[in-house]
Design a protein around this ligand. Structure first.
Ligand code: ATP
Length: 445
């Protein structure tokens, strides 16, 4: 067996596998596709839902100090003036005078020119214009009149929905500081150079949590959340040696932030940000307090005076985490001269938890296997397959990221046991259906 995980063409192979197996399709493909927009297919939507549930459970349901929120994408336009997005949410952009393509001025080395053979704009020799600032927010109009008073933005981050609901959540949940608010939702950024499949897109989902603390305790909570978020990726089964912390040094630290670290992952296209953990100080609540006149200060009996809470933010991209899961899971193995792909996705988020096969399509095995399927299907997402040679059925499920395959054979009809094969260890053990239910429960939950 030879693992070939990080070959340079891994991304191409992954994109093609995602289409073939129904993880991810190009948006509006039959119309030629829409750049940087992707649709999640049967396996992809299941994986994404499992990932969101995994995050939500770990950030809210398993804790009593974090509340959930689901704010609207469209918000009062003034929010984006107050937050600084209208003036400052910009990337520097340059145009190439030869091919007319646009590039992010701070990412020229990573960008590729549309002319073939594709090169970085630094290598192609075309003259570049002076850098201009380009605002990344998508604008539209609310209501029937398309004038400046009707301008509204598609939110570029979910965090502002949390800040403007700070008082609502605090008052209705009766949480005391320190506490957090978590939200999963769509965000939109008119990125100049989207790319690398679902890594950088213009429509994406974020999984953000804002934790409100006393200003004297910000450093302690910042360290706490760094540790928690690192652990999250361990629990998700991401290879630890492919993760690292990247500190925002003074020169790229946002002006309002006291400290910021990114968790980076080593993708086939290099080390890149997966999630940010930031100490945003009292900047956000102070700005909204100033703009609205609403008192966002906090007081309870434990503190001697009112204060504007500091915010420790953990901000992850859902699609980017999903890409990380797929890249990390992708494994090629040579078996008897054939290259087989195994998607080693953790059972906790795998789209299909187990597949059930009758060894052959006769002698009562399909009936027995269908009964097992019906029993398991009450608790888990499982799949029944009786078509083709059993080896091909295993191979299909390995590509689909299914961690366990259960085969019903002649012995099953005699002693009610069947073989459960573990995708990653290749170990096989005989179990009854009750034992399988217990086993899957432990592996998944
Ligand atoms: P970058 O420097 O890559 O543009 P950022 O620092 O602007 O990212 P944040 O504003 O901190 O990103 O957003 C938090 C998280 O949201 C990121 O860590 C990433 O996982 C995700 N994210 C941000 N922009 C995109 C995008 N265009 N496509 C997909 N995910 C994104």
């Amino acid at each position: 067996m030879a693992a070939n995980k990080k070959a340079p063409d891994t991304m191409e192979k992954l994109v093609s596998l995602c289409k073939r197996r129904g993880y991810i399709f190009q948006s509006s493909e039959i119309y030629g596709g829409l750049t940087s927009c992707w649709d999640y297919g049967p396996l992809g939507s299941e994986l994404k839902r499992n990932l969101k549930t995994f995050w939500w459970d770990s950030m809210t349901n398993r804790r009593d100090d974090i509340e959930g929120l689901d704010a609207a994408i469209l918000m009062h336009p003034q929010v984006w003036h107050t937050s600084g997005h209208v003036d400052e949410f910009v990337d520097p952009m340059v145009d190439c005078k030869t091919c007319k393509a646009r590039f992010r001025a701070d990412q020229l080395a990573e960008s590729r020119c549309p002319k073939k053979p594709s090169k970085s704009p630094l290598e192609c020799g075309g003259e570049l214009t002076e850098a201009k600032n380009f605002n990344l927010m998508f604008k539209t109009f609310m209501g029937p009149v398309e004038d400046s008073s009707a301008v509204i933005y598609l939110r570029p981050e979910t965090a502002q929905g949390i800040y403007v609901n700070f008082l609502n959540v605090k008052n209705s949940s009766r949480q005391k500081i320190p506490f957090g608010i978590a939200q999963i939702g769509k965000a939109f950024r008119n990125e100049i150079t989207p790319g690398n499949f679902i890594f950088r897109t213009r429509e994406f989902e974020q999984m953000e949590m804002q934790f409100f603390v006393h200003p004297n305790e910000d450093d302690k909570w910042f360290e706490y959340w760094r540790e928690e978020r690192w652990k999250f990726y361990q629990e998700l089964g991401i290879t630890e040696s492919k993760l690292r912390w990247e500190k925002h040094e003074e020169d790229n630290l946002a002006h309002y932030a006291k400290a910021a670290y990114d968790i980076q992952y080593e993708y086939p296209f290099g080390w890149q940000e997966l999630e940010g953990v930031h100490n945003r100080t009292d900047f956000d609540l102070s700005r909204h307090m100033e703009a609205t006149g609403k008192d966002m200060r906090y007081f309870d009996e434990r503190f001697t005076e009112k204060f504007v809470p500091y915010i420790i933010e953990t901000s992850a991209g859902c699609d980017r985490t999903l890409l990380t899961i797929l890249v990390d899971a992708y494994d090629e193995v040579e078996i008897k001269g054939e290259t087989r792909v195994f998607m080693r996705i953790s059972p906790k988020v795998a789209p299909i938890k187990a597949a059930i096969f009758p060894l052959v399509k006769k002698d009562g095995m399909p009936e027995f296997a269908k009964k097992v399927y019906a029993d398991l299907n009450k608790k888990f997402k499982v799949f029944y397959d009786e078509s083709g040679a059993v080896g091909r059925r295993y191979a299909r499920m390995d590509e689909a990221g299914c961690p366990f395959c259960i085969t019903v054979d002649g012995q099953s009809l005699e002693d009610q046991t069947m073989t459960l094969r573990d995708r990653d260890t290749m170990e096989q053990s005989r179990m009854t259906v009750d034992q399988i239910i217990d086993f899957l429960d432990k592996k998944i939950n």
